[in-house]
Design a protein around this ligand. Structure first.
Ligand SMILES: [Zn+2]
Length: 189
């Protein structure tokens, strides 16, 4: 808000008294008719968020202000100019399962052998045909035949590599943020 400019000195007394304020999130200095703790931009970012507590927690974790946190669809956020996936614990597990189901062909024979109990050489032979993603169905059929569920595969893969390895295409990191009784996990994408 900008200060009213009063050109008529005689009317000075009628000028509204403006209070000096400083946003507790971004530090912006502004004037308002009453004392406010939060600037307009931060207030709007928080009010428009589907989860206001999460916006505040993300800003705090990443060293910026709520006005620097933008929310997109499907758990995607822009935080201080950088894109992240922000998910709850169970959403993150689900996303890893989706990823793994589509990328079974890319897992190492030793890993696939450990989860299915089928000899490594079987997976080596499949991968040697160089069909890459074209082998996904073949590997899925081995999982089915050995009663190995995708969630079991995911659980083991997370043990080996962590969820960040699958969800953060940027650096494989997982960043934990706590907001309003729930843990969230951020992955730079
Ligand atoms: Zn602010």
């Amino acid at each position: 808000m900008t200060k009213k400019i009063n050109n008529n000195l005689l009317n000075n007394e009628e000028e509204e008294k403006m209070v000096y304020c400083e946003c507790k999130y971004c530090g912006e200095e502004f004037e308002a008719e009453e004392e406010l703790e939060v600037c307009e931009a931060c207030e709007e970012a928080i009010d428009c968020a589907s989860n206001p507590a999460l916006i505040i927690a993300l800003a705090e974790k990443f060293g910026c202000a709520p006005k620097d946190v933008g929310e997109y669809e499907d758990g995607e956020y822009e935080i201080d100019g950088i894109d992240y996936l922000v998910l709850t614990d169970s959403e993150a597990d689900e996303k890893v399962e989706e990823y793994i189901e589509e990328n079974l062909w890319a897992f190492s024979p030793i890993f696939l052998s450990s989860v299915t109990g089928i000899d490594e050489s079987v997976f080596e032979a499949i991968q040697d045909n160089d069909r890459c993603e074209g082998n996904n169905e073949a590997i899925k059929s081995i999982l089915d035949a050995t009663n190995t569920s995708i969630s079991e595969v995911a659980e083991e893969a997370i043990k080996w590599d962590g969820r960040g390895h699958f969800l953060s295409s940027y650096d494989g990191e997982e960043i934990e943020v706590y907001a309003d009784g729930e843990y969230y996990y951020c992955y730079r994408i």
